[in-house]
Design a protein around this ligand. Structure first.
Ligand SMILES: N=C(N)NCCCC(=O)O
Ligand SMILES: [Zn+2]
Ligand SMILES: [Zn+2]
Length: 315
């Protein structure tokens, strides 16, 4: 896709607050002959246990992404010039039937990656990580999963329901979708149901970087630890925006005090430079609780960093 890459609508010609609201003012999938990276929305929030509203996350992140500029100095890359990045719109699914929606999301995601494209998904609640991992497995096999979240999301059921935003990685573990021993939870904190939650999770083989470690260790230490765990396995990154402190991301369904700063999160992601990134999602942005687009801007910049990592790998 090197020839005739179409980037953003020029912010010096069309003001950035004008025009269609695609991610970063990029072309739509149907506007270009092919793509290397697709940004897709999955406005599903039927799996939430507390505040609803992540169904409006994709539109909000797109709106907050209008300010993104063409060059990323932190990774020394122009993410939209080295590869064709498109906005693939939103996947359709049945919002009233979770198992049906999971199949529709898996199939929709697979269609977008089957020919080699890399997918960055904007959620939606965290339930969608399960069908997204299934789609990624159909192309790449089991992945090293790095999961940024306040929560473990490896609980078993809620109200006897197995597919919820607190259970995607338990379901994924049951199907061998990620590599035990090469996967990690980052940013874990907050109240649990019982000490067994951590014991049950430990059986799944995640390295855990508890959020307090950002107080005690440097970000570089954390990156080293994660990079050692990941090795050269295909890497899938799932980012629940509630990994950030509520001061950095107020607009989310299950906020927890004592979180990461957006600066720490961006720094850890930049530390993945050179790893074999094969896909990513950013979930749990519930715009009704946002103020001044704080959460939307954080999520848009996180997506930008992920697309920049993909661009670096194409060098
Ligand atoms: N995936 C997110 N954001 N939250 C899961 C929290 C599940 C619970 O209510 O205990
Ligand atoms: Zn969470
Ligand atoms: Zn989560």
């Amino acid at each position: 896709m090197k020839n005739e890459i179409r980037g953003q609508v020029d912010g010096m010609v069309v003001p950035r607050y004008a025009g269609h609201s695609t991610f970063a003012r990029l072309p739509r999938l149907e506007d270009v002959p092919g793509y290397d990276v697709a940004i897709v929305g999955v406005p599903f929030d039927t799996g939430v246990t507390y505040r609803p509203g992540a169904r409006f996350g994709p539109a909000h992140i797109r709106q907050a992404s209008r300010l993104l500029r063409p060059y990323n100095p932190a990774l020394d890359v122009s993410p939209f010039a080295r590869q064709q990045v498109v906005d693939a719109g939103d996947l359709p699914f049945n919002p009233f039937d979770i198992p049906t929606a999971m199949t529709q999301i898996e199939d929709g995601a697979y269609e977008l990656i089957r020919d080699g494209g890399l997918l960055v998904t904007l959620g939606g609640d965290h339930t969608i990580a399960y069908p997204l991992l299934k789609a990624v497995n159909r192309v790449h096999g089991p992945v090293a999963l790095v999961h940024f979240d306040a929560h473990l999301d490896t609980w078993d059921t809620y109200f006897d329901t197995p597919l919820t935003h607190g259970t995607p990685f338990r379901r994924a573990a049951e199907e061998g979708l990620f590599l035990s021993g090469h996967s990690a939870h980052v940013g874990i904190r907050g109240s649990l149901y019982s000490p067994n939650d951590l014991a049950d999770d430990a059986e799944l083989g995640f390295t855990i970087v508890h959020c307090m470690e950002f107080q005690r260790r440097t970000v570089d230490d954390v990156i080293d630890r994660l990079a050692r765990a990941i090795g050269d396995a295909p890497l899938y990154v799932s980012i629940d925006i509630d990994v950030l402190d509520p001061s950095h991301a107020p607009a989310t369904g299950t906020p927890e005090a004592g979180g990461m700063t957006s600066r720490e999160l961006l720094a850890v992601l930049r530390g993945f430079d050179g790893l074999n990134l094969v896909g990513a999602d950013i979930v749990e942005v519930a715009p009704a609780y946002d103020h001044a687009e704080i959460t939307g801007v954080a999520a848009a910049n996180v997506a930008y960093e992920l697309v920049s990592l993909a661009a670096r790998n194409r060098a």
